[in-house]
Design a protein around this ligand. Structure first.
Ligand code: AMP
Length: 400
C-alpha cells in the first residue's frame, strides 16, 4: 500500500488527531470485556507521544443515534487506555466543541486527550455538517486513520474531517493498525500461498453473498458452516427441519452452488437439537436429513474432521463466521475443531487470518488467538475487503 503512515511524519511539537476504533464490548456495568481494539491502537499513540507529539483521539461506541447517552461514554475506554499507557489520559465531554477545544489548547507534548463518543453528535453520521467537521478539523495539525473496524464507513470523523484538514494543507495518513490490517488482508487475497482456503460461517447467506462470489474467483476451497449451510441444503432439496433458513435466498444459493462446483464445500452432517438450548434433546444426522421439530446448531463431527483435514493442508486460511452456536456448548464443538486446525495450519507455516466480530470472539474464547497469524479488529471492514471493495476513507489519505 502506497499510503503515507504516521511513521513517515515527525509529530514533534504537533497536535495529532487520531481516529481510533474504541467500539469495545462492555458488560451491563460498563466494564470492558475485550480491550483488544484499545491495545491494538497503542503503537500508533505511542509513536506520536514518544516523539514529542500531542495525541487527540476520537472514536464511536455503540449506536447513540446523535444523542448524548451516558451508558455509551468513552470514559471507560479512556481509563483503560491510561492503564495501558501508564499515564493519565484526559477526557473531553464533547466532540470538537468548547470543552475539546479548551482541553486541546492546554495539551503538552506527550499528553493524550480522548474526545467523547463522536456519535453523540448528529453531525457524525450525517457526514457533511460544516460546523461539526470544522470543530474537529481545527483541533490538530495532522490526521491519522487508525480505525480499521470503521474503515468501511464514511462518517464525518472518517472522511469529511481528514478531507477538510487536507484542504487546509495538513497531512492525513494511516496508523500502524490500519496499515497492518490492510497489508494482511490484501496480501492474502492478492498473492495467496496455496491452497487458499476460506471458512465462512455465521447466521446468514445474505451477509456473505458478495464475499462468496469474490472468493470463488480466488480461493481453492470455501468451507461453509453455521446456519447459512441450511439455506444451501434446502436449495439442494434437503430437509432442514426448524433450522434458520433464508427462503428468499434459495435461488441465489442454487446459483452459487452451480458457480462454485467442487470449490464450495458443504457439511455432510449436522448436530441438531429440539430446542435452542444446551440441554435440549440432541442428535447428529446426515446433512439434509434434519427432522421436523429439530434445528441444526452446529456442523457434525464428520464435517468438522473433513474441514480440519482441508485446513491443515492450507497455505492461506481466511475465516469469517463461526461453524455453529459456539456460545452454547456442546454446539461449540465444530468451531473448536476448526479453530484447532487453523492453529495447526499456522504452525505448519500457513498464513491464517481471522475476520473480526464473532469469529474473533470465538477464537479468543477457545484460547487460540495467539496461535493464528492475524486476528482482525474489523468484522464488517474485513468482510468488505474480502468482497474486493476498496475503502474511500483510506483512498483519500496522503500517498507516500
Ligand atoms: P454472524 O454474525 O453472521 O457471523 O453470525 C454469528 C452468529 O451465528 C453467532 O452468534 C452464532 O451463534 C450464530 N450461529 C452459528 N450457527 C448457527 C446455527 N446453526 N443456528 C443458529 N445460529 C447460529
Amino acid at each position: 500500500m502506497a499510503k503515507k503512515s504516521i511513521a513517515d511524519l515527525n509529530p514533534d511539537g504537533k497536535t495529532v488527531l487520531v481516529r481510533v476504533d474504541f467500539n469495545v464490548p462492555q458488560d451491563k456495568d460498563g466494564v470492558i470485556t475485550d480491550d483488544r481494539r484499545i491495545r491494538m491502537a497503542v503503537p500508533t499513540i505511542r509513536s506520536i507521544i514518544d516523539r514529542g507529539g500531542k495525541a487527540i483521539l476520537m472514536s464511536h461506541l455503540g449506536r447513540p443515534k446523535g444523542q448524548v447517552s451516558p451508558a455509551l461514554s468513552l470514559a471507560p475506554a479512556a481509563q483503560r487506555l491510561g492503564e495501558l499507557l501508564e499515564q493519565p489520559v484526559v477526557l473531553a465531554n464533547d466532540t470538537g466543541g468548547q470543552d475539546s477545544t479548551a482541553k486541546a489548547k492546554v495539551l503538552s507534548a506527550g499528553e493524550v486527550l480522548v474526545l467523547e463518543n463522536v456519535r453523540f453528535n448528529p453531525g457524525e453520521k450525517k457526514g457533511d455538517d460544516a460546523d461539526y467537521v470544522a470543530g474537529l478539523a481545527n483541533l490538530a495539525d495532522i490526521y491519522v486513520n487508525d480505525a480499521f473496524g470503521t474503515c468501511h464507513r464514511t462518517e464525518a470523523s472518517m472522511y469529511a474531517v481528514p478531507k477538510k484538514m487536507k484542504e487546509r494543507g495538513k497531512s492525513a495518513v494511516v496508523g500502524f493498525l490500519v496499515e497492518k490490517e490492510i497489508q494482511y488482508l490484501s496480501d492474502a487475497v492478492g498473492q495467496p500461498k496455496r491452497p487458499f482456503v476460506a471458512i465462512l460461517g455465521g447466521k446468514k447467506v445474505s451477509d456473505k453473498i458478495a464475499v462468496i462470489t469474490n472468493l470463488l474467483r480466488i480461493c481453492d476451497h470455501i468451507l461453509i458452516g453455521g446456519a447459512m449451510a441450511y439455506t444451501f441444503s434446502l436449495a439442494q432439496g434437503g430437509s432442514t427441519g426448524d433450522s434458520l433458513v433464508e427462503q428468499d435466498k434459495l435461488e441465489l444459493a442454487k446459483q452459487l452452488l452451480q458457480d462454485g462446483g467442487d470449490k464450495l464445500v458443504l457439511p455432510v452432517d449436522t448436530h441438531c437439537a429440539d430446542d435452542f438450548s444446551s440441554d435440549a434433546n440432541k442428535e447428529v444426522v446426515k446433512a439434509g436429513e434434519i427432522r421436523d421439530g429439530f434445528e441444526g446448531l452446529d456442523i457434525g463431527p464428520d464435517t468438522a474432521q473433513r474441514y480440519a483435514e482441508i485446513i491443515r493442508g492450507a497455505g492461506t486460511v481466511i475465516w469469517n463466521g463461526p461453524m455453529g452456536v459456539f456460545e452454547m456448548p456442546p454446539f461449540d464443538a465444530g468451531t473448536k475443531t476448526v479453530a484447532g486446525a487453523v492453529a495447526a495450519a499456522t504452525e505448519n507455516g500457513a498464513i491464517t487470518i481471522i475476520g473480526g466480530g464473532d469469529s474473533a470472539a470465538a477464537i479468543d474464547q477457545l484460547g487460540y488467538a495467539d496461535k493464528v497469524s492475524h486476528v482482525s479488529t474489523g468484522g464488517g471492514a474485513s468482510l468488505e475487503m474480502l468482497e474486493g471493495k476498496a475503502f474511500e476513507t483510506v483512498n483519500m489519505l496522503d500517498e507516500k
